[in-house]
Design a protein around this ligand. Structure first.
Ligand SMILES: [Zn+2]
Length: 156
C-alpha cells in the first residue's frame, strides 16, 4: 500500500498537472495488465462482463435504467465506490441512498460514466477531476481504484 502510494507520488511528480491524471490511469492500468491482475479480474468476472456488454448493446444512448443502476450498485457491493460506506449505512447516517456520481464530471449520463457514491464523497468530489480529487492522501485507495477501473473497463 505504502509502496504503491510512493510510486503514485513519483508518477505525479514527473508529470505536469495537466498530464497527471491520464498518466496515473495509464500507469495503473499498465501495471495491472502486467501483473495479470486485470486478466485475473476479467476471468473471474466473465459473466459480469458479458452481461454488461449485452446491456450496452441493447441500451445505447439513453440515461441509466433502474436495472442498470441496480447492476452498478451490485458490482460495487451496494457501497460507495470511493469510501466504502454501504447504502444502508448511508441511509442511516445521511438519510440518503447512494448517488449516481458522474465519473467524468463532464461525461455522459449513461451507465458507463456512473459510479455509486455516498452524499459526502459525491459533494467532496463535486466538479473536480476524478484523478485530481482521488489523489488526496485521505481519499486515495489503490484497491478501490482497481475496482473502479474494473467497472470502467467493462465499457471500454
Ligand atoms: Zn463515500
Amino acid at each position: 500500500m505504502e509502496n504503491n502510494y510512493e510510486r503514485y507520488l513519483e508518477i505525479k511528480r514527473k508529470q505536469n498537472t495537466n498530464e497527471v491524471s491520464r498518466a496515473i490511469h495509464r500507469e495503473m492500468s499498465r501495471k495491472r495488465i502486467k501483473d495479470g491482475r486485470r486478466r485475473e479480474w476479467e476471468s473471474k468476472n466473465r459473466d459480469k462482463i458479458s452481461e454488461y456488454n449485452q446491456y450496452r448493446k441493447m441500451n445505447k444512448h439513453h440515461d441509466i435504467t433502474d436495472e442498470e443502476w441496480e447492476s452498478c450498485k451490485k458490482y460495487f457491493g451496494y457501497a460507495c465506490a470511493y469510501c466504502g460506506i454501504t447504502e444502508n449505512e448511508s441511509i442511516e447516517l445521511y438519510g440518503q441512498r447512494l448517488h449516481k456520481d458522474h465519473f467524468h464530471h463532464m461525461g455522459s449520463n449513461e451507465i458507463d460514466n456512473c459510479i455509486p457514491a455516498c452524499k459526502v464523497c459525491n459533494s467532496s468530489k463535486n466538479d473536480h477531476d476524478f484523478y485530481e480529487w482521488f489523489q488526496r492522501p485521505d481519499i486515495f485507495d489503490l484497491d478501490k481504484f482497481e475496482v473502479i477501473d474494473g467497472w470502467l473497463s467493462i465499457f471500454e
